[in-house]
Every structure is written in structure tokens, then in C-alpha cells.
Write a protein that binds this ligand. Structure first.
Ligand code: TGC
Ligand code: FAD
Length: 390
């Protein structure tokens, strides 16, 4: 993948709506991606490994917990945070996933629902990338419906005993701590389970065709004993876990634009240089139609993101609005990746170009953090007042 594919796509001059700080943040992350990520990402995707060597530089850029305030975090606004996610995913969804899980799921869970002691102990080290977190909500038999989870935490004197299995957990086997959601008598609670706890193990899941530059694991909890101080004291009910998802889904809405932009840039360059029937294929109406479709959808997705960011900065963003953007932007990005792959013909299936990698990754992004159809139902419930989940 070449650096020129990271170039901006800004048909409506949206850059003018960004502050100097937001632009600087975006450009710094783009430079990092160009310098450090592009040379290694294909290798990691092929080997199915995550580029851990990039973690210190990501921490240096303030990427982990970027929008959190205090505790060693950068305290950026929501738009700057979104732009970071966009630039990371322009390289690979696995890189954005790593940052999303660390920041929006693990760090945010501690930030929003942890005790002061937990925040002081974990957040500064996580911001430095010295401690890696993961987020265990999904189980083998409970994905879209996490409220039916079977993992249990039972009272044991002053502490707790946890039993259960979490599956499809990003960063699971490279994490130093897991945020684990479990059923308790009063509903659902969140716990911080550190690596090395007796009875706790993480196993990498192999055989993925998608998100290969990202570690996905199963977490097994067998009579894991935790003290009360390892429970998130302010996490009460499924709503706490879902509040973390809002943060991650927000980042995904932005990130998908980055993946789509790379695919578009690649398809445009290719179409201008590839000649068939004595002319560049970019000169044919059918190819132009695809490129224009891609341009339009990326531009609309960018506008959605910017407005979402403004609402988030003002503290007015509703979860359903995040669902609208996650659902739309990921579906459009996946469609754009498929169109780009088509424009590249046979070259669309080889790793000389980043398009097939993005396309495969986006299949996961369409499924995790609420599938496309689950977000349809969340929105359907919001506009009709009728709950299709029941
Ligand atoms: P429901 O009755 O709708 O809600 C239960 C309670 O939660 C409240 N609530 C929310 N609160 C904050 N944010 C949201 N988005 C919320 N949605 C609902 C709700 O008000 C209620 O509160 P209370 O006080 O009345 O109890 O619960 P339900 O069981 O009917 O759930 C429905 C549904 C589908 C919305 C929800 O369960 C869902 O979103 N399912 C999708 C599961 C999902 O997204 N899993 C993601 C796992 S993590 C992941 O994939 C990480 S990928 C790595 C990466 O990000 O890169
Ligand atoms: P299911 O819930 O079984 O859904 C299967 C199909 O049924 C989907 O098409 C869905 O839309 C449809 N469906 C389900 N219910 C309904 C309904 N009521 N009406 C209509 N259609 C319905 N989870 C974590 O907790 N932490 C992580 O870090 C994490 N990382 C992940 C990384 C990867 C690479 C992947 C692939 C997944 C990850 N997940 C993680 C899990 C992810 O959130 C779930 O896969 C997702 O929520 C969907 O659950 P499921 O796969 O069990 O599908």
C-alpha cells in the first residue's frame, strides 16, 4: 500500500470546518500511519498478528483514551478523536479496533464506572500503552442479545466468584486486564479481571479471514475469585456495558470513512491508469458511475461524522444517533470496498492493493458493535416506539 492512498478526500471542503488543533491531530496520525504502519501492515495481516511494536508510538500520539480527561489522557474533543479513528482505519480496521477497545471500551469503562482508586491505578498506564485492556461482553451463545449472558458472579463473603466464557474478544490474549460483564443477583455488573488471576485464561481464536491484523480471543473464567475492589462500583445493569458501546460505535462510524477513502483512492488511481479497449477504464460511464457513487457516499458519511462529533462535544448525542451513523457508514464502506474491488478486476483480489484486505475487515465491522440489522431495530424502535426485540 502506498502513502498516496492515505490522501484526503474532501469534496465539500469540510477541512475548513475543522479547528487547527483537529487538523494537526489528524495530520500527525496520518504521518504515523504512513511512516510506521504502511510498511508492516500487509505482513501482519498475512501472519495474523497485531503490530505490538506500534503501541509506544500510538501512546506517544495520545491515541489511547484520547478523549478522556485527566489520568494521563489527552482530553481531546470528539471530532479530534473521530479523526484519529479515521486515519487509523485508513490503514487497517485492526489498528482502529485495537485503539477502540483500549480507549472506548476498556479505559472508558473504568473512567465512567470505576472507583477513584481504579482510575488512578489503571488509566495512566493504559494511556501510556503499558497496560492493554479488552472488553468481554459477547459469549458463545449470546451476541446480539448480551442481556441473556450466562457468565455469573456470585457473592463469596466480601468478594466474588466468576464463572463463564466470553468469545470473540478483541485483544483478549494480549491484554493485561479484561473488563468482564457478568450476571449478579441484581442484574449485570462489570469487573476488572487482571491477567494471571487463578482460573482466568485467554485463548487466541484462529482461522479468521477478516480482521487478521487483530487478535481475537476466548476468555475462560473458572472459579475466578475477585475482591469487591475489582468490581466497577458504578456499573449497574446492562446499560453500563451499552454506554461503553456508544463510545466505540462512535469511533467506528468515523473509522469506516477512513477504510472507504483508501478504497476509493485506490480505485480512482487504478481506473485512471488501467487501459482496456485502448482507453483508461476511468473514461467509461459505468466505471465513472461507481466512482461517483463512492464519492457521494463517503462525502455523506463525512457529514454524518462531523455532525455526530458536534453533538457529542455539546453532550447532546443520543445512542440512537450513533446507531444511525455506525449502521450507515459501515454499510456504505463495505459497499464501497466491494465496488473498488470490482474496478480493480483480478488485481482486486491480491495483496498488492489494500482493497481486498479492507473489504474482508469491513465484514467484521458490519457485525461487531451491533450488527447492521440490530442497529436497524434500534432505530426502528426509536422512531415507532415499538420494540421489535421482544
Ligand atoms: P434494552 O432493554 O434495550 O436496554 C437495557 C438497558 O440499557 C439501556 N440502553 C442503553 N444505555 C446506553 N446506551 C445504549 N446504547 C443503550 N441501549 C439501551 C436501556 O435504556 C435500558 O436501561 P434500563 O435502565 O431501563 O435498564 O436491552 P435489550 O436486552 O433489549 O438490548 C437490546 C440491544 C439490541 C439494544 C442491545 O443489547 C445491543 O446493542 N445489542 C448488540 C450487542 C453489541 O453491540 N455487542 C458488542 C460487543 S463489544 C464489541 O463488539 C467490540 S468490537 C471491537 C471494536 O470495537 O473494535
Ligand atoms: P448473532 O447475535 O447470533 O446474530 C446472527 C445474525 O442474526 C445476525 O445477522 C444478526 O443481525 C441476526 N439477528 C440477531 N438477533 C436478531 C433479531 N432480534 N432480529 C433480526 N435479526 C437478528 N464482542 C465483545 O464483547 N468484545 C470484543 O472485543 C469483540 N470483538 C470482536 C471482534 C471480532 C473480529 C468479531 C467478529 C466480533 C467481536 N465481538 C466482540 C463480538 C460481536 O460484538 C458479535 O459478533 C456481535 O454482537 C454479533 O453477535 P453474534 O456474532 O453472536 O451474532
Amino acid at each position: 500500500m502506498t502513502a498516496t492512498l492515505l490522501r484526503d478526500l474532501d469534496y465539500l471542503a469540510l477541512d475548513e470546518l475543522l479547528s487547527t488543533e483537529e487538523r494537526m491531530t489528524r495530520d500527525a496520525v496520518r504521518r504515523f500511519v504512513e511512516r510506521d504502519v504502511l510498511p508492516v501492515i500487509e505482513h501482519h495481516f498475512a501472519a495474523s498478528t497485531f503490530p505490538m511494536e506500534l503501541v509506544p508510538a500510538m501512546a506517544e500520539l495520545g491515541i489511547f483514551g484520547a478523549s478522556l480527561k485527566g489520568y494521563g489522557c489527552a482530553g481531546m474533543n470528539a471530532i479530534a478523536y473521530g479523526l484519529i479513528m479515521q486515519e487509523l482505519e485508513a490503514a487497517d480496521s485492526g489498528l482502529r479496533s485495537f485503539a477502540s477497545v483500549q480507549s472506548a471500551l476498556a479505559m472508558y469503562a473504568i473512567y465512567a464506572f470505576g472507583s477513584e482508586e481504579q482510575k488512578r491505578r489503571f488509566l495512566p498506564e493504559m494511556a501510556k500503552g503499558k497496560l492493554i485492556g479488552c472488553f468481554g461482553l459477547t459469549e458463545p451463545d449470546h451476541g446480539s442479545d448480551p442481556g441473556s449472558m450466562e457468565t455469573k458472579a456470585q457473592r463469596d463473603g466480601a468478594g466474588w466468584v466468576l464463572n463463564g466464557t466470553k468469545r470473540w474478544i478483541t485483544n483478549g490474549s494480549i491484554a493485561d486486564l479484561a473488563i468482564v460483564w457478568a450476571k449478579v443477583e441484581e442484574g449485570i455488573a462489570g469487573f476488572i479481571v487482571e491477567k494471571g488471576k487463578p482460573g482466568f485464561s485467554a485463548h487466541e481464536m484462529k482461522g479468521k479471514f477478516s480482521m487478521r491484523a487483530s487478535i481475537t480471543s476466548e476468555l475462560v473464567l473458572e472459579d475466578v475469585r475477585l475482591s469487591e475492589s475489582e468490581r466497577l462500583p458504578h456499573a449497574r445493569g446492562l446499560r453500563a456495558a451499552l454506554a461503553c458501546l456508544n463510545e466505540a460505535r462512535y469511533g467506528i462510524a468515523w473509522g469506516a470513512v477512513g477504510a472507504a477513502r483508501t478504497c476509493y483512492n485506490c480505485a480512482l488511481d487504478y481506473a485512471k491508469s488501467r487501459r482496456q479497449f485502448s482507453r483508461p477504464i476511468a473514461g467509461y460511464q459505468l466505471v465513472q458511475q461507481k466512482l461517483v457513487e463512492m464519492l457521494s457516499e463517503i462525502t455523506k458519511a463525512q457529514l454524518l461524522c462531523l455532525r455526530l462529533g458536534q453533538l457529542k462535544n455539546e453532550g447532546k448525542l443520543r445512542p440512537q444517533q450513533v446507531s444511525l451513523a455506525k449502521r450507515n457508514n459501515v454499510a456504505q464502506a463495505l459497499n464501497i470496498a466491494r465496488m473498488a474491488r470490482d474496478i480493480l478486476g483480478a488485481n482486486g483480489i491480491v495483496n498488492e492493493y489494500p482493497v481486498i484486505r479492507h473489504m474482508l475487515n469491513l465484514e467484521t465491522v458490519n457485525t461487531y458493535e451491533g450488527t447492521h440489522d440490530i442497529h436497524t431495530l434500534i432505530l426502528g424502535r426509536d422512531i415507532t416506539g415499538l420494540d421489535a426485540f421482544d
